[in-house]
Design a binder for this molecule. Structure first.
Ligand code: AMP
Length: 395
């Protein structure tokens, strides 16, 4: 029987997909469909060491997925012949309902639809991905893996916002957390690399990609995370600000003539690194900073400062920290961020080894000194593999 699982991450204007061989724990083929609904769409597909591109209008998600299936066949791996044993879907918001990977049924789809109020950009796109994939693969299990799922264990003290409790209850206003699949996978990998049982390791995970979030994981159980009701809270991100005094928004509403749509746009697209420096890509921020651009320098400093604050806070939340693990695009690649975020913490038992920190490589590794009481690690995240494994459990 095939051990191939197709993983689909159907976002608001793009679809990422990966065909995972769960027996070998690696991707066989992967791709990205971008700019859906715009005149110039693009599909990039990788298989067997070769990259194929397609350019043209991609009218909607159905069209995008159809193109992806066709590209599989055209580049030598016909999905119908290869045999897909299950499809794993990344779903952004599971609310309080979905805490575990869930077999998708019509009732489950209805519930995800109901939760779209909490994630208006994401859940509807996730549902389209499910519907199109079920037409193509009607006979295999489809499994939803929820970005919020890993954080359902947050204690009430971490999950509640200190606002009117009745309003919070009526509108589902609480902290849910996101990037859960990555935080779970990376904390498990951390324990494995340290050679300890998962339930004995306390870890701070720093997922630093385009979106960024921190978590505190006690013995495999999430007890704190930096994202909240939506993925806006917490760390500085590519285009999102992370923590902002809510009074700023009232001030802008009253004095800058901004309505809800303007504020939404400000917070989701014109903040974070982009807001501070004009660019959202961390590499470009770094280049400009090194070239002497003061706005890029400030963006970098705000980014690192926020990170340090969260590390300190989560040390206090956990009490004993065995590991601090960096992951995702910035976390895996930007040695200076790792060094600067943890500099001067020797008194707390945290000591990064500068030489180990500079070593590059796509593998999990320890970058702290032998004397460091808290191990510091870099662990490449692999949400697709985690989703594929979760879906495979239903085969
Ligand atoms: P992700 O969302 O995990 O794909 O991460 C995307 C972010 O990682 C972008 O801001 C990239 O600029 C950043 N990134 C990727 N490679 C590097 C690198 N070599 N050095 C610094 N940042 C990087």
């Amino acid at each position: 029987m095939s051990r191939l699982v197709l993983v689909i991450n159907s976002g608001s204007s793009s679809i990422k997909y990966e065909l995972v061989d769960v027996a070998r724990g690696r991707a066989v083929a992967s791709g990205l469909v971008e700019q859906i609904g715009e005149p110039q769409g693009r599909l990039v597909h990788e298989y067997d060491g070769r990259t194929s591109e397609w350019h043209g209008e991609i009218t909607d998600h159905t069209h995008g997925l159809t193109l992806a299936y066709r590209t599989f066949a055209e580049t030598g791996l016909d999905l119908d012949e290869a045999g897909v044993a299950a499809v794993g879907h990344r779903i952004v918001h599971g609310g309080k309902v979905f805490t575990q990977p869930t077999l998708i049924t019509p009732e489950v789809v209805e519930t995800i639809e109901r939760l779209a109020d909490l994630a208006p950009l994401h859940n509807p796109a996730n549902i389209i991905g499910i519907e199109v994939a079920r037409e193509h693969f009607p006979d295999v299990p489809h499994v939803g893996v929820f970005d919020t799922g890993f954080f359902h264990t947050l204690p009430p003290a971490a999950a509640a916002y200190a606002i009117d409790a009745d309003v919070a209850e009526e509108y589902g206003v609480q902290r849910y957390g996101f990037h859960g699949t990555s935080h779970e996978y990376v904390s498990e990998e951390t324990a494995r690399l340290l050679g300890s049982p998962r339930d004995e390791v306390n870890t701070i995970v720093l997922h630093l990609g385009n979106g960024a979030s921190a978590s505190a994981v006690r013995g495999g159980v999430a007890v704190e995370t930096s994202m909240g009701l939506t993925p806006l809270e917490g760390l500085v991100m590519g285009t999102r600000p992370g923590d902002v005094d809510p009074g700023v928004l009232l001030h802008l509403g009253r004095h800058a003539g901004m309505d809800i749509a303007d504020i939404d746009e400000l917070l989701n697209r014109r903040s974070g690194l982009k807001g501070l420096s004009g660019v959202n890509d961390f590499r470009t921020v770094t280049e400009r900073r090194e070239a002497g651009d003061p706005r890029a320098a400030l963006a970098y400093d705000v980014y690192v400062h926020r990170l340090r604050k969260y590390v300190g806070a989560y040390m206090a939340v956990l009490g004993r920290v065995d590991a601090i693990t960096f992951t995702a695009g910035v976390g895996e690649n930007a040695a200076s961020v790792r060094e600067d975020a943890l500099a001067g913490l020797e008194g707390f038992g945290i000591e990064v080894d500068p030489a180990a920190n500079r070593v590059r490589g796509g593998h999990g590794r320890v970058i702290s000194t032998a004397a460091s009481k808290t191990a510091v690690l870099v662990v490449p995240t692999n949400e697709e593999l985690a989703i594929a494994n979760a879906a495979w459990a239903f085969v």
